[in-house]
Design a protein around this ligand. Structure first.
Ligand code: NAP
Ligand code: MG
Length: 401
């Protein structure tokens, strides 16, 4: 059979440890036999990041802006131990942080659902996508431990020297204060990324904040979303048959637990941090969670939500058998290829992606899976396969289809 031809390259960001091992196997077994792969390859493995003083990360993000679609392998974020392990010149920043800053993007995380691994919440029939605003609030706060009696004030000094001043509290004894900020520009980018992604996925979009209590700060998020929706997105949403709505965060949480799923939930930074852990654990496994970074201009970078699976890698290096789940990484590739196919009008790429995802899920549903899934499945015929064996089983299912 002839291989599927591509016209525009995708940006390929290779990574570290066990996921790097899986990356090569996925390409050899599931991609190269079927697709005449055009990719611009960037090696974000920690060794090569060090050799290039991390320039390769910046270059890969700029290439993503140029071509519009990237697929990324998990990468090590260096800490003190990694500096020793890899004799690094310095403590590099998280590649995901660097890429996110260049693309000005929002991360959308979606669980991959499969028969036999049921969510802990009975009503969830479809995945819930969580969109976390990744700028500001408590993550860029300023805090003071108040030593004793005195007055705390919030002061803004304009460029013209004019002051806005509010009393926070007149302390009668020791306590604490905290200052936070966000920027209209960042909230707008977040809102645009959410609206564009909802349209591209044809899913409803929910936003929840605490604007009954925080009438300026949280209210600003609601106002910016509402305004953009009315002015730029309403028509497209109506045409697509999807809905945007705002509700109080308390109500959003209650509705989520009673919902059937199948929507995108936009959260402020802290809510997104906490709620994504709740949603992902309730759906089953971090190894079954995909992640896509979407820029406000519609540039997409796909990856798995989990890390480099270091513990499995050390076993692999010792020649011991591993059973590492490649599903989220496979879905990063299928997501990127489908998007490339949509943008370039290549139906073959979209079909390959649909079929590869189906083959992956039906392999699991037939009882063949990695160890992490064996532990949580309801299937009674589950067999634990090794990392490579499982990929071979997917290839077999795909070829049979
Ligand atoms: P991790 O790689 O996600 O792994 C944590 C544990 O979760 C594993 O030890 C394993 O449990 C289980 N697990 C995760 N993914 C799995 C998979 N695909 N198949 C089977 N089991 C899986 O997180 P980490 O160990 O905290 O971090 C390792 C490195 O990844 C760090 O250097 C960190 O900086 C990096 N990281 C990168 C990203 C990214 O690039 N997006 C994200 C997070 C972390 P068992 O060992 O019990 O089997
Ligand atoms: Mg968290």
């Amino acid at each position: 059979m002839a291989k599927i031809e591509m016209t525009t390259p995708i940006v390929e960001m290779d990574g570290d440890e066990m996921t790097r091992v899986l990356w090569g196997m996925i390409k050899d077994k599931l991609i190269l036999p079927y697709i005449d792969l055009k990719s611009e390859y960037y090696d974000l493995g920690l060794k090569h990041r060090d050799e290039t003083d991390d320039q390769v990360t910046v270059d890969s993000a700029n290439a993503t802006l140029k071509y519009g679609v990237a697929v990324k392998c998990a990468t090590i974020t260096p800490n003190d131990e990694r500096i020793k392990e890899y004799s690094l010149k310095k403590m590099y920043k998280s590649p995901n942080g660097t890429i996110r800053a260049i693309l000005d993007g929002t991360v959308f995380r979606t669980p991959i659902m499969v028969k036999g691994i049921d969510p802990n919440v009975r009503t969830w029939e479809k995945p819930i996508t969580l969109a976390r605003h990744a700028y500001g609030d408590v993550y860029k706060n300023v805090e003071i431990a108040v030593p004793g009696k005195g007055k705390a004030e919030l002061v803004f000094t304009g460029e013209d020297g004019k002051e806005i001043r509010e009393t926070i509290y007149e302390f009668e004894g020791p306590g604490i204060i905290q200052g936070m900020h966000n920027k209209d520009k960042s909230i707008e980018s977040f809102a645009k990324a959410c609206f564009n992604y909802a349209l591209s996925e044809k899913k409803d979009l929910w936003l929840g904040t605490k604007d009954t209590i925080s009438k300026v700060y949280d209210r600003r998020f609601r106002d910016i979303f509402d305004k953009l929706y009315e002015e730029e997105y309403k028509k497209a949403f109506e045409d697509a048959g999807i809905e945007y709505f705002y509700t109080l965060i308390d109500d959003a949480v209650a509705r989520v637990m009673k919902s059937k799923g199948g929507f995108i939930w936009a959260c402020k930074n802290y809510d997104g941090d906490v709620m994504s852990d709740m949603v992902s654990s309730a759906f089953g496994s971090l190894a079954m969670m995909t992640s896509v970074l979407v820029s406000p201009t519609g540039v997409y970078e796909y990856e798995a939500a989990h890390g480099t699976v270091q513990r499995h890698y050390y076993k692999y290096l010792k020649g011991e058998p591993t059973s590492t789940n490649p599903v989220a990484t496979i879905f990063a590739w299928t997501g990127a290829m489908r998007k490339r196919g949509e943008l370039d009008g290549i139906q073959g790429l979209c079909d390959w992606a649909d079929k590869m995802e189906k083959a992956t899920l039906s392999t699991i549903e037939s009882g063949k899976m990695t160890g992490d899934l064996c532990l949580i499945t309801k299937l009674t015929n589950a067999t634990k396969l090794g990392s490579e064996e499982f990929l071979d089983a997917i290839k077999e299912t795909f070829d049979a289809m």
